[in-house]
Write a protein that binds this ligand. Sequence first.
Ligand SMILES: Cc1cc2nc3c(=O)[nH]c(=O)nc-3n(C[C@H](O)[C@H](O)[C@H](O)COP(=O)(O)OP(=O)(O)OC[C@H]3O[C@@H](n4cnc5c(N)ncnc54)[C@H](O)[C@@H]3O)c2cc1C
Length: 503
Amino acid sequence: MIGAGLGGLATAIRLAASGYDVTVFDSGPGPGGKANSRRLGPYRFDTGPSLFTMKPVFERLFAAAGRRLEDYLTLIPLDEICRYFWSDGTRARTFANEESIVEEFKRVFGEPPEHIDRYLRYSRRIHDITAHLFLDHSLHEWSTVRAPGFLRSLFQVHRIDAFRTMAQAHRRFFRDPRLQQLFNRYATYNGSDPHRAPATFNIIPHVEYGIGAWAVEGGIRAVPLAMERLARELGVTFRYGERVDRIVTDRIGPARPRGKRVVRGVRTDQGEFSAEIVVSNADVTVTYRDLLEDERERAFRRYSRMEPSSSGIVFLWGVRGIHRELGLHNILFSQDYREEFRDIFNRRRMPEDPTIYINITSRNGAPRDAPVDGENWFVLVNAPCDSGQDWRNEAERTRQAVIERVQGELGIDLSGRIREEACMTPDEIEALTGATRGSLYGISSNSRSAAFRRHPNRSRRYRGLYFAGGSAHPGGGMPLVVSGGAIVADLVSRYHPCTDLPE
Ligand SMILES: Cc1cc2nc3c(=O)[nH]c(=O)nc-3n(C[C@H](O)[C@H](O)[C@H](O)COP(=O)(O)OP(=O)(O)OC[C@H]3O[C@@H](n4cnc5c(N)ncnc54)[C@H](O)[C@@H]3O)c2cc1C
């Protein structure tokens, strides 16, 4: 296994639980990949994902190894999920409870309850039709067609709203532009533009309000740590600080036309390790380019031409004072959402007036993340992927914009209150996590076909090579890469059955 990101860990757990002998190499110092953390003085920060959803995906992972998630991870169900702020003074909250959502949106936006109800039912319907189809199966194997429920889902495909964009759907559902903006925001959960992403992604509100959201005791960092603990119990070996620089392969059959190859193992600076199966949790592009030196491979060429998901500028601020107007998750919306996304995806520049996300884990689930008189602010502003922008300048400009907006809209004067500080820009995110151009979620979902064009989990050209992680099917985001681990383990057991069954 190359990489101990969440997708790599999930795959390692599943394979080890099925009796495979698994060794994980990671160039970093520990597990988690993007789900990492950092300490600045008395403040601790998660530096990647911050919202925990789709708990059943994690429960199934632990259950596959005969364990209970709650014995490894303490999850605190959230009643209130997020606080939203607009520059005109409007404030709204979302809840993991559909009745409270209806009540709140009626109170704040005057939206008739039946409109909200209708939307929530629509979101649930998309979930019920698609979740099983996309999250539990490879979309690139004929055998998927025979999977229980596949054909039923396929025959309902006209009911998943794939032919309009998220924003078009929201204009039809809601009168109030602020409410449309709130729901459009869910496109950013996979780094996409709501004005281009298919309305099928309107599944996400159901995931949040219907299934729920949780705070994690100890912060999101506790998630990869729990997964690593389970993997070790199952006998997985971890080799940190050891970069794989080559996937070793042999040719099978004639050299021309470009013949198939079989994997033989991996090479690191410590030597060569033989293996019949190699799972790459590294970015797909990086795997072909750096580990296989196969930039002529068709899948690579197709993949590397696809539009990456958005990146971000992250500020980690250890702030003095307790700010009761903020919750665990907070959004300060921009005034022109369409222009913001045009800046990010078309003009590839930082928006002048960005939407600002502030996550404060010391508020809920991780009180030790900040001193009693302070808060740990993780501030994320969506950004274009790296294409050589002057990030130092962009970060400085964005920092100023955030401070002014926080002052203007929340009345919080941050000058002199930021005790500790660090920043990550898209080029640094790439350097730290190996994500191509700093994209947070692999490729964007800015087209109807994106879900089908993600890289398959099994290589056709390299026998024994599999892909797990945000740049392969089913895509980026914590629950998706963990679901991807189950898909990969299933494919491995089909194409490389384990002879060494666990007791
Ligand atoms: C700032 C930020 C905010 C985010 N917010 C959210 C959120 O709120 N909710 C959400 O669900 N998702 C969020 N995400 C996305 C989420 O973090 C990712 O989709 C997910 O963690 C990716 O997991 P992965 O399995 O693809 O592995 P990655 O996290 O990409 O890890 C890959 C691992 O492979 C290792 N590796 C790569 N190449 C090699 C090599 N040659 N040799 C050895 N090791 C190698 C790397 O060191 C790394 O540890 C966010 C991401 C970021 C960066």
